[in-house]
Structures are given as C-alpha cells and as structure tokens.
Design a protein around this ligand. Structure first.
Ligand code: ARG
Length: 610
C-alpha cells in the first residue's frame, strides 16, 4: 500500500506520536547502559523500543533490531515498525519516518534511514567503534553475565558397557562447546556425564568376567571393550544357562552383592578410563569430577516412586507402573505411557532421569538443565520433563531443555559406518584424522620437523573433526566428509587456524609486541566492517548461551576471518606509518585475540605457526 502524508494525517501523527518523546528525552547513553552489560544489539533494541513507545504511547513496543543483510542497508536494522503500524492502523513508512526524525542515537550512529515499507537502517559511527574497541578488556573480551545462572549440562553420557563410537561424537563435541561458553560467561556451570553404568547389560558382563576368573587374563580381555562386549553377548545369546546367571547377577548387583559390585566396579573403571583418554585426545573438558552416572541415582529411585504415588500419577498396566499423560498418544490414538517400574520391580531409564531432574533442580538449584542428546530420544525427554513438572521435581521456573542433534551420516547418506558396516570406534576416527592432517601439513610444508608436524597435525586433525560438526546446525543430520573438513578453504577449522596463525606471523616477522596497547582509530570502510564485527563478538557468544547453537559462533568466526582478509588486502599494515599503523595493528591484534577466544570456546586449539 502506498500512502502520502496529508497535512491532516501528519498533524494527527505528530500529536499522537510526538507527545511521549519529550518524556523519554533522558534516554540513557551507551556508556551507562553498558554497565548493565547489554550488548550493542540489545542496547539499540532497548532504546528504539523506548522511542517507539514514546512516539505511540504504547507500552510494549518491540524494535526488533537485527543485523542488516547487506552494508547498503546499514549495520543494524529495526524491523518492528511495520508490525506496530499495522496494529495501530497507521502507515508504516510514515511511522518509520517520524521515528527516524525523533530517534536520538547520535552517540552511536551517524545515519538513520527509512527503507522500503518502514525498515529503519542504522549506520554505526566509526568513532563509536574505535572508542568501544579501545575499551575492550583483552583478557575477557566478553563481560561476564550480569545475572549468572546455575546451569547443569548433561552431555557425552555414553553407555559404559561398550566402547565409545562415532555415535557419541556429536553430543560430546557440541555439549563441550556449550559448556565452555557458559563457563566463560561466568555462569555456575555444572557438567554431568550421565554414564550408562547400571543397565541389564552389566549382568551379562559380570557373568563373563566371573567365568574368566583369572585376574591377569581378565585384564588383557578388558583391554578391548568392544571385543569383550561382543564375546559376552555371544554367550548370552547362545547359552541359556549363561543368560540365566546373567539375569540373576543384575538382581544381585542392584541389591548390593559384594562380589558382583566388585566385578562391576572393575569393569566400570576400565571403561571410564577409556572414555577419559578419548576426552583428553579430543580436548574435551569432562573429567572424573563430572561423572554422575546412572548408578548414582539408584538410592534415589524409591523416593521418585513415592512422590509419583502421592501425586496420584501412577497407574498399573500389565503389572508395570506407568504414568499416562493425555498429550502423548500413538498415531492410532493409543496411550503412550512412561513406564517407571517393570513387572518384577526393576526401574527404567526414565525413572533414573526423573531422579536426575529432581537432584539437579532441587538439590543443585539448577535454573537451566541442558540435555545434549540424540534427537531420537526427543519423545523420552518430552515425557520425562512433563512428568517431572507434574510431580514437582522441577519448578516451573526451571528450564529443562533437550538440545537434540541429528545423526552423523556417511557420504552415501546412510549413518556413518565402516565399509563392512561396523560402527566406527571413536578413537580410530580421531587417529585417522590426525594422520590425514599430518600428511596434508607435511606436504604443504616439507620443512617442518617431525615434532612440529605432530603438534600441528593434532590441532588440525582434531580441530577439523570438531569444527565440521559444530559448524552445522545441530538439529539436522550431518554428512561426515574428510575432504571438506580438512580443506583450507571455506568454513573449516584449517581455514580459521590458518587465519589466526597468519595474523600472529605479521607480528612475529616484524618483531612487534603482540601485547602492546595499540590505539584503534577506524577510518577506511574495510576497517569499519572489521571493527563492527569485532565488537559483535559479545553478541555472538551471548547468543550461543541463549540458543545453544554453536554453528552461529562458527559462522561469526568465519565471517570475521573473511573481513580480516579483505581489510588486510585493502589496508596495508606494516607499510603504513604512525597512528594509522598503530590502529591497524590494533585491529590485527584484536582479530587474533577474538579468533583465539572463539576457537577456544569451541574447544579448538590454535597454533602460533602452521
Ligand atoms: N546413556 C544414554 C545413551 O547412550 C544417554 C544419556 C543421556 N542423558 C540422560 N540424562 N538421559 O543413549
């Protein structure tokens, strides 16, 4: 719709919209606002929302500030005018124009423009960028959260009966990046490795151990957990007597039989050690302190049952204790119960998860509980969360979030397996990646010593596997492909690691101090684009903590590197002189720091030299 402003409508608009603005004339500047630790995007959003409220007399205006899609539309855009105008029955463009006239953002922007049907384009001032960048704390680029939260994150959490395989990779890598980010932002972050160490499989494994008897021989057998599991399973399937003893051992174990417990303990220890070796190889922050496995909740299960009974949530069905919820039905409309106790008394996966929610919320005081678990368990979590809320294990204000992720696919579009169709051991995958990286690095740079090459290969190989996964939206399945992840071009770990090393080499070759205080003074367009991006690191990290999507930080780092490359092409650094050189060095220094910090949040080790 196109509409011209007549004298009458203009008058009406000003009287309606003009009034409030006087009252809001004392809007706080960025300086005082930043003490409440708002990032630039939030700050602009708040000020423009306030201005809209002042202009329209509506209390709940939302400016909807977003990044502009391209530089011609400025740096940020406020997109909320259209919806507001519609609600008020006004012409959006006229409302936009009025807003643009009245907005007082001189401290931040140099130009405000109304585009299309009422988009407000904002062009950030170079002086503002320089000033903010010069004030950044290099040791902590992003200020700690103003209101730190207690957050429990449950991730990796493999079953200990078997060796870790590729299926555990995504949850481990993605969970760790999210955990690092919360830590970095100063939240009270509690890692839980909810190891599966208490299922029926352990009866089978214990029985197999008992039959092997001799403890030195047992040690050799346990060295290959995958093989061990397979051998035990074979006997379980083939020998009814073995299976019978295995089932009896589950009961004995769960009722505290000393011999069974000792065997179990020995097995678990071997398996946890194996996991820890992988965490160390992958540079995952999980340690022995974070182990809160299923067995931990064993003596908390009865209390869960008692509460469910008191709350009237339990119902018997074919001898099993179940919770039936109206919102969960099969396609055919049949009820889909949450089974919490089997016929015969055994508890289930869901029961343990209920106990875990109660522990995390009630005893640890978690405000957010994050579950980084395969998308195939999404029904399980929906059900368990619902039951936990009804039973009061989690207060309504505690946010239970299943951060699901898709399957890792091979190039053939099927779940990633070996050629013979076996699951790939995680350790083999990591070692292969390091080996591939070593070949690549030594072919690119034959002069490297063996030791140098090994260090670089490890960082590149492990970084590539992690980054390839992190850079995709976790909700989708993702295709594992060696060639793409190890490429030095595109949104990959090698590209970013190289970008970082390249900046560091500028300083090294010119023998410049990397720690010096270089004063930034943004002038050229490429400097401005880079400076704005650097300032947006905060926004990127805070968004990661809100939305738990590490791919957004990956994209940010990739774009930052791209802007740096452009800047470096267009704005000579070492050939420049005086304050211009100082300023450009400052931009180089800050880019390197940001890349290093960003990659660290993703769990990727940077290299000074490649
Ligand atoms: N051990 C489970 C599995 O391998 C994952 C556990 C996830 N965490 C949880 N609290 N249920 O599938």
């Amino acid at each position: 719709m196109h509409c011209t402003i007549t004298a009458a409508t203009a008058d009406k608009l000003t009287t309606n919209f003009g009034l409030g603005l006087v009252a809001s004339g004392r809007m706080t500047g960025f300086q005082s606002q930043s003490r409440t630790r708002m990032n630039l995007k939030q700050h602009l959003d708040q000020r423009i929302s306030q201005a809209l409220s002042a202009l329209t007399g509506q209390s709940d205006c939302v400016a909807m500030v977003a990044y502009s899609k391209s530089a011609q539309f400025g740096d940020y855009q406020a997109n909320g005018v259209m919806a507001l105008a519609k609600k008020l029955g006004k012409n959006p463009r006229e409302l936009g124009q009025l807003l643009a006239q009245q907005l007082q953002l001189d401290d931040i922007v140099s130009k405000i423009e109304v585009a299309g049907p009422g988009f407000i384009n904002l062009f950030v001032k170079p002086e503002f960028l320089s000033e903010r960048l010069n004030k950044l704390n290099h040791a902590q680029l992003v200020a700690p959260a103003a209101q730190p939260q207690t957050v429990v994150i449950d991730y990796s959490s493999p079953n200990l009966a078997k060796e870790m395989h590729v299926g555990h990779l995504r949850g481990t890598i993605i969970g760790d990046a999210i955990a690092r980010t919360f830590d970095y932002l100063g939240h009270r972050l509690i890692r839980h490795n909810h190891f599966g160490d208490w299922g029926t499989q352990f009866g089978m494994l214990i029985t197999y151990m008992q039959d092997l008897g001799n403890s030195t021989e047992l040690g050799t057998h346990l060295a290959d957990l995958e093989q061990f599991y397979r051998a035990a399973k074979q006997r379980f399937d083939a020998e009814p007597d073995f299976a019978e003893r295995a089932r009896a051992n589950v009961v004995k174990l769960q009722s505290g039989d000393a011999d069974c417990l000792a065997m179990w303990q020995r097995f678990i220890q071997v398996s946890i050690t194996h996991c820890q070796q992988l965490y160390d190889l992958l540079n995952i922050t999980l340690t022995a302190n974070d182990v809160v496995p299923e067995s931990f909740y064993n003596n908390r299960l009865q209390a869960v049952m008692d509460t469910l009974i008191v709350k009237g949530l339990l119902k018997e069905s074919d001898g099993a204790q179940c919770v039936f919820l109206d919102e969960f039905k099969t396609k055919e409309g049949e009820p889909l119960p949450v089974i919490v106790q089997k016929t015969g008394g055994g508890f289930l996966y869901a029961t343990t998860d209920l106990a875990a929610i109660r522990y995390r919320c009630a005893e640890l005081g978690a405000q957010r509980v994050l579950y980084v678990v395969d998308a195939r368990q999404s029904l399980h979590f929906q059900q368990v969360f619902k039951v936990a809320q009804l039973a009061g294990f989690a207060k309504p204000e505690c946010s239970l979030e299943h951060l699901s992720y898709g399957t890792m696919m091979g190039k053939d579009g099927k779940p990633f397996k070996t050629r013979s169709g076996d699951t790939i051991k995680l350790v083999d995958l990591c070692l292969e990646s390091i080996e591939r990286a070593r070949e690549l690095v030594s072919s690119k740079n034959p002069d490297l010593s063996t030791e140098q090459c090994a260090v670089i290969a490890r960082a590149v190989g492990i970084g590539a596997v992690k980054y390839a996964d992190l850079s995709k939206n976790r909700n989708s399945d993702y295709m594992f492909d060696w060639d793409t992840m190890l490429s030095f071009e595109g949104n990959t770990a090698p590209y970013l690691l190289y970008a970082y090393a390249r900046i560091r080499s500028i300083f090294r070759k010119a023998e410049l101090d990397t720690e010096a205080n270089y004063v930034i003074n943004v002038e050229a367009a490429e400097e401005k684009a880079l400076a704005l991006k650097l300032l947006q690191f905060t926004e990127s990290v805070e968004t990661l903590a809100d939305e738990c999507l590490p791919n957004q930080l990956c994209l940010y780092l990739y774009e930052l590197s791209g802007l740096f490359m452009k800047f470096y092409e267009c704005c000579p650094v070492l050939k420049a002189e005086g304050t211009v050189q100082q300023s450009r060095l400052g931009l180089c220094q800050l880019t390197a720091l940001t890349l290093k910090q960003g990659l660290e949040l993703l769990g990727i080790t940077t290299l000074e030299q490649m």
